[in-house]
Write a new protein. Sequence first.
Length: 155
Amino acid sequence: MAEKKEDTTVATNRKAFHDYFVEDTIEAGIALQGTEVKSLRMGLANLTDSYALVKKDEVFLFNANISPYPHGNIMNHEPLRTRKLLLHREEIRKLIGKMTQKGFSLIPLKIYFVRGKAKVLIGLAKGKKSFDKRDTIKEKESKREVERMVKERNR
């Protein structure tokens, strides 16, 4: 029997969880060129300001920076090009239905490989206000404080 390989995460969008409430997640494939796959395997990707949109019943990923492959030639890819996401028709219809609600947007959360195929985890997210961000920071700090106290008490 072959060993089961774990998913290898290439890039995560940590800013997304700070700026948005992630309601739902969907896994999608990405249509990539050859040098883009090689760059992803080297970990040369950044999702910081990227987003996804539905256009004409297709989903596209914008502003995802996949750096050019260092050993590539003139056939290297453009780093910020628009990439098509591969989803089933039913999944796209569900996304359109949920996005018609006020304030929802599609944010890529991470890029990873599953069985040799590049995948993107897309989150259906709602934007946070500044007071929401402060509340989440306070909650994290209080959790850390409680963990420290428990740790010190157990010594």
